[in-house]
Ligand binder design. Sequence first.
Ligand code: B12
Ligand code: SF4
Ligand code: SF4
Length: 361
Amino acid sequence: MPDSPTPDALTGLVKRRVLEAGFDDARVANSAAPPVLAHFKGWIEMGRAGIMDYLVTQADRRSDLRTAFPWARSIIVAALQYDTPHPYSTDSPQGSAWIARYAWGDDYHDVVRARLEALRQALGRDCGSFESRAYVDTGPVAEKAYAVAAGLGSYGKNTCVLNQKLGSWFFIGVLITDLDLAPDAPTTDICGSCRACLDACPTQAFPEPYVLDARRCISYLTIEVKDSIDPELRGSMGRQVFGCDICQDVCPWNRKRLVSGGEPFEPRAHNLAPSFEELASLTPDAFQARFRKNPIKRTKRRGLLRNVAVAIGNAGSREHLVLLDGLMEDEDPVVREHAAWGRDRLRARLAHEDSLRPGRV
Ligand code: B12
Ligand code: SF4
Ligand code: SF4
């Protein structure tokens, strides 16, 4: 590139490169801590991070990325859509398990990281050497706060970043750089008086709009919790076996479905509403093979089968009792304990349904 382009010219080029790397939208924030991060430590101190120790130990760095990256000047924030034209959990037939939409296809960490790397290389060719770090999820960076500061969207009341065109079904990738770019302005709130997500959350995980108590979120319970799930919350988890989409499924901005994430995020075989039978019979080898390069590998077999036992208890039918009997013999004590809970729950549900049949008094 000719010497010293203006920040505006360089920013225009950077945004073109982001789209060429395969992202759906691109914005820029400066490195100052976004105002919303003033609440980060208070949220941690209230215990709302639960057992997510990485948030606790990195609270300083996540409250202001300049702590870890003092050389940072501009944050390039990229959105990658992952919605595909398949039903929402709230619209699809019950009686099977449900995996959250973001985990149907390839592991998004791999997909987004590869595109950020392509972006970094393209910018290296354009600008010569520059300092940068690329993250999706794994760095000490509060990605949503910088996405909102950059106007990639606004916070939804469900705490996801919402964009008028993409809804909230997009991943956020960040490239922290020492480039001198022109920052974008934040956009305004688009929730208005809507509160569909707050009312739909089955575990009442929102103590107030725009704030999540992660300890109650089904996504946290099914993925982050490694051992026993709080029995008080199990009955509200429905059929979710990995993550949860409910507060996004009900969002009117997600109903427009203007963009599809395409092939990497299309559901792999059996990931769209998988049957309880198939999941409950996964051996350790079958689990490894089935979830290779897919986000579900993160729960390990223990976590997934534990979640399946809870989901059968909540949403299974009489013919699924035998699956719980099988899981009660599982090699893993956590799976066995949740299978016993699931069996008691399913039996109680069936007894209740029987008591409501005509002819019973
Ligand atoms: C930890 C984490 C989780 C946790 C906590 C979620 C959460 N809302 O924070 C759990 C496991 C529950 C989770 C779930 C999900 N996650 Co997640 N997660 C993260 C991670 C790693 C960190 C987020 C974080 O810092 N949380 C801490 C809280 C404090 O931050 P916050 O939500 O922004 O909270 C702000 C406000 O609440 C406000 N606030 C707090 N208290 C108060 C009080 C007052 C009075 C006020 C005014 C404000 C206020 O300030 C806070 C910031 O300082 C990010 C990746 C990253 N590195 O950033 C992905 C990320 C947020 N997750 C993502 C996704 C896709 C999901 C799920 C949809 C997956 C699923 N289907 O199951 C769900 C969504 C659940 C939900 N409703 O949020 C995407 C979101 C993309 C988007 N468009 O928004 C991210 C960005 C990953 C990525 N790179 O794409 N996740
Ligand atoms: S992901 Fe599910 S459990 Fe978590 S806040 Fe949204 S609706 Fe509630
Ligand atoms: S459901 Fe309504 S309140 Fe919730 S994020 Fe969407 S627009 Fe905002």
